[in-house]
Design a binder for this molecule. Sequence first.
Ligand SMILES: [Zn+2]
Length: 530
Amino acid sequence: MSRACAALAGILVAGLASAAVPDKDTSRWWGHIKVLASNDFAGRLTGSPGYRKAAEYVAQVFQSEGLKPAGSQGYFQSVGFESQTIQLARSTVSLKKPGGAATDVSASVVISPSVLQRKDTHAPLVFAGYGIHLPEAGYDDFAGLDVRGAVVIYLTGGPDQLSGAQRAHAVAEALPRFLEQAGALGYLSLTAPKNREVPWERQKAAGAQTGMVLSEKSLRRYQGLVFAGAFDETKAELLFEGSGHRFSELVALADAHKPLPHFSTAPALDAHVEASVTPVASDNVVAELPGSDPSLKEEAVVLSAHLDHLGTGTPDHGDGIFHGAMDDASGVASLLEIARMMHAAKAKPHRSLIFLVVCGEEKGLLGSRYFAAHPTSHAGHIVADINTDMFLPLYPLKRVVGFGADESSLGQDVRAVGSEVGVALVPDPMPDHLVFVRSDQYNFVRKGTPAVMIAMSPAPGTPQEEQQKQWFMQRYHAQADDLAQPVDLAAADAYNRLLYRLTLRVADASSPPTWNENSFFARFAKQPLP
Ligand SMILES: [Zn+2]
């Protein structure tokens, strides 16, 4: 923890002491986090003994709160994975100029462990703007561009004319399908500096961890082997030397959400990737509160959160364990709290509630993808997903952002329950971060189910905004996301009550949530993705 943060913690503790709110010893929500983020669970890596222990803890709490088992084996649904480790010492990436020598850029590339990698790739590089192929929405970075046999470079972001949701979908869904159909050999992604969330060094370190894909091939984003990597944007001019373009110009265009040019770069890519792949199994935890209405109980509202985190690694601002207290023990603890609140209030929601705690989120939203493809309960009748991932109660709850709230009637539901308790629903302040496709709700969206994820949102220009920014820089996917960090427990309780109200409102409504007519995602209700 930095000095600035320690001072901030002091302010928070002082603030808490003056109000009648729970402390770290009395908060039930924090009590679950204290268990799940403790050393005993070793960072809850998907497929690890620590994860299994955490899954058993969650199942036990669900049982004691009177929820029915709703997995395929009791409370569990087993998910099969292939786990890939990149042998970094034996892998190299270099740039080769025509007739010139090769420049080793291995240190500037993260070879993605979460896509099954090609062994040897010698390919021309083509810069394809934002890498967005959405002709149906009137934007195609690949129009007239031949990428067969090439590795595509793209810069994260998107033009003004596309919504955040469309940009998000384009990168997560449309790009892999397009690249494979067009015969490209892979991609290198670049992050515009203002969109960087974690320091490059941390992203680089993450590349040394194992990645996973689902064993069920048809559920993978890439069906074949590709070269997949991210390039350090501070070294990006290397890619563009001799192309007549500079990276800095491209970034300026991207910052202004203008269309980007498309062109071949001067250097070609030479990559040799050594990787080992082994099978692994892990569990989703699924529990149910059956609905009380004779006809509506057939339908189910899913409450989801992910239990897995990053396991262990080299000590760095921490003790070698990625505790994942906020990411996402906090969301799981909220589900456990809502189960308790339902039990204590003897709540009888009209529709059934499915409490879904998934594995494989950090490996690419894989546990939820598997569940959405193979629901163990209420298949074909899941009407909504309300997801909770890192809602970050760092300061009092006044404003929330609802990822997906602009897409379906769930936005009105969030607005309605928020106004009952003095919490405003505000627009996503960072649409370029593509949060809507970056947590488990998106796998329900792909199947045509309206979904929303609610997180706290600081008012612009306030110290809270800086506090949130610092949290991302210092703790997001770092070992410092631990039990020593300051949190506003009253805000967490308020969030849980908001989620509770929202859940009951959606479960009790006379009709299920509907997509907004103008939503880009409404199409998946008619044509679900695989
Ligand atoms: Zn995470």
